[in-house]
Design a protein around this ligand. Structure first.
Ligand code: PMP
Length: 367
């Protein structure tokens, strides 16, 4: 009855942990991928106003012109890159699906980092393409040798994610130059998922679009403004790629959420300095608490840490052990071919964070 692709796409291997977690009263939840603050008041007001003023119908496929203009202007201001076109998408997930659909034929390959955000592999499986991981362990940097080891004559796209989910790494300008020259040598399109670009802690942030024109940048508002439920994001890049994405949007999502588009105009003006400062402090708490007990690459962005476990302890076993203390973390194997690490989201109130970190440290040290 079902199509073959349903066999390729299995529910996540971490289901067991979430099933057990669902039975816990008052867990310390470090497994979630969303900010712990709420949408800014002026953005909420803008959405309510939009509904009252009748912005409840479809918008044009690509999204309202004023938001598209702002998104392109933002790309020019931040990166000095003038994108040929833009598209307002149903979250970054919407942008990812559309870009996979227009860039990859069945059998084509897309290079994704290992470790990676789970959707990158599954989307390839869904459309009959193949996600091939390039190794970034142990320090989560991109090295040319690792890219060369993964590329084949079926490779069409290389995907980057900076700041990263699950590692929190921010790619350096040098790494981005390596990617740009690699992509040029192999005639690849670069797909850059920059959804965490608002969360960068004291290091310079660069986008690969500064070095390579055939780049599609995906970003949005889900994480930076605490509005993942509003389902809005954007894509910028060359017109030859964005035009077919728009056509595919017409026949799938139709358009991004109308109300959220109106509110996003205010979201783009919002000053997030205070939130980012608070998250930088949370990052410091994580580093201080886990140092010594785990091998940790300091996260310079996003709100995740991806500590390495002591030898012999798998992410799965450690996540189960943490549940005994009612702490939820995700085993590394959910994001990787390896299970030597675990992911912790530090998007939690400081007191909860401190309590949970102490428990995790204790769980690692008791062995
Ligand atoms: N990319 C990454 C790296 C993410 O972590 C997430 C959300 N977990 C997404 C994309 C999806 O974002 P959205 O909610 O905007 O679809």
């Amino acid at each position: 009855m079902l199509a073959d692709r349903t066999r390729k796409v299995r529910p996540s291997g971490i289901r067991k942990i979430f099933e057990r977690a669902a039975t816990l009263v008052d867990p310390i939840d470090f497994s979630i991928g969303q900010a712990d603050f709420d949408v800014p008041e002026e953005v909420k007001e803008a959405a309510i106003r939009a509904i009252r003023e009748g912005f409840n119908k479809y918008t044009v496929t690509q999204g309202v012109p004023e938001l598209n203009e702002r998104v392109r202007e933002r790309t020019r201001d931040r990166y000095g890159f003038d994108p040929g076109a833009s598209l307002i998408t149903a979250g970054v997930s919407g942008g990812l699906l559309l870009s996979y659909l227009v860039l990859l034929d069945p059998g084509d390959e897309i290079l994704i980092p290992d470790p990676y955000f789970v959707m990158y592999r599954v989307l390839a499986d869904m459309i009959g393409a193949k996600a091939v991981a390039y190794d970034t362990y142990p320090d989560f940097t991109i090295r040319r040798e690792a890219l060369e080891a993964a590329v084949t004559d079926r490779t069409k796209v290389i995907l980057l994610n900076s700041p990263s989910n699950p590692t929190g790494r921010v790619l350096s300008d040098d790494e981005l130059r390596v990617v740009a020259s690699f992509a040029a040598d192999h005639d690849l399109t670069v797909l850059s998922d920059e959804i965490y670009d608002a969360f960068v802690y004291g290091v310079p942030y660069h986008s690969v679009c500064e070095h390579y024109e055939r780049t599609v940048v995906l970003s949005g508002f889900s994480k930076s403004l605490g509005m993942p439920g509003w389902r809005i994001g954007f894509a910028v890049g060359p017109r030859e790629i964005l035009d077919p994405m728009k056509t595919f949007q017409q026949f799938t999502f139709v358009c991004a959420n109308t109300v959220a588009q109106k509110a996003a105009l205010y979201a783009l003006e919002h000053d997030s300095t205070e939130q980012v400062k608070a998250y930088a402090r949370k990052r410091d708490l994580v580093v201080e608490a886990l140092e010594g007990a785990f091998d940790l690459v300091r996260p310079d962005g996003s709100f995740y840490a991806f500590p390495r476990l002591p030898d012999g302890l798998t992410g799965e076993r450690f996540s189960e052990r943490a549940l005994d203390d009612k702490v939820l973390v995700v085993p590394g194997k959910a994001f990787s071919a390896r299970d030597t690490h675990f992911r912790l989201s530090f998007a939690a109130p400081d007191d909860v964070l401190e309590r949970g970190l102490a428990l995790l440290r204790h769980a690692a040290e008791e062995r």
